[in-house]
Design a protein around this ligand. Structure first.
Ligand code: 5GP
Ligand code: MG
Ligand code: MG
Length: 200
């Protein structure tokens, strides 16, 4: 797509590249403290978490391994269906491993809650969750998320791995879409309600 079409589809940049980088570095310091030499397995949830996993893994100063899962919870629309299906499973045996699920965003929490239970049933030493973004207004499930990058308003965001209909994943910043770009009537909070680093 053309650069001007992208600009037309974006309402505002919520999290510029540099802020994302800084926050991922902070999360990496916490993860290093918690895991030490235990060599956590980072489980990236395709496709949205690709950027988070690759930046987080390179920021971490401890040994890690990586694996990937694809689950479906969204079609090409913008609302969660709550239906989860494994499209691609892990290659790694989880017995005795310390697993860290890495997600782009937790919205209702239904996907992660299901995924955590599924991985816990495979005999790992532990399963924790790291989500770059969280929409606290929308949480339905009370799944515990150990590492959260930013709490964001209840708006549809794109960029840094996050797509709308497979577009915009390559953008370096995280941005809010113009509602016209996805044909939605906006039921969202105000735009100047900026993202805040999550406390947990
Ligand atoms: P949940 O099951 O927590 O409602 O949905 C989680 C998944 O929905 C995320 O991993 C992501 O793929 C998608 N999702 C939720 N909110 C957004 C959003 O604002 N923008 C985009 N691009 N995807 C979202
Ligand atoms: Mg995701
Ligand atoms: Mg998507």
């Amino acid at each position: 797509m053309r650069a001007e079409d992208i600009a037309n589809d974006i309402r505002e940049v919520l999290l510029p590249e540099e802020r994302i980088r800084q926050r991922i570095a902070e999360l990496a310091r916490e993860i290093e403290q918690d895991y030490g030499d235990d060599e956590p397995l980072l489980v990236g949830v395709l496709k949205g978490a690709v950027m988070v996993v690759s930046d987080l893994a390179r920021e971490l100063r401890i040994p890690v391994t990586m694996d990937w899962m694809a689950v479906s919870s969204y079609g090409s629309g913008t609302e969660s269906t709550g239906v989860v299906r494994i499209l691609k499973d892990l290659d790694t045996d989880l017995s005795g491993r310390r697993v860290l699920i890495v997600e782009d965003i937790i919205d209702s929490g239904l996907t992660l809650s299901w995924l955590k239970a599924n991985l816990e049933s495979r005999g790992p030493a532990s399963v924790e969750i790291c989500a770059l973004l969280r929409k606290p207004e929308r949480l339905v499930s009370d799944v515990p998320v150990r590492y959260v990058g930013f709490d964001v308003p209840n708006e549809f965001v794109i960029g840094y791995g996050l797509d709308y209909d497979e577009k915009y994943r390559h953008l370096r910043d995280i941005a809010v879409m113009q509602p016209h770009a996805y044909g939605a009537s906006c039921h969202c909070g105000s735009a100047d309600d900026a993202a805040t680093p999550a406390t947990h």
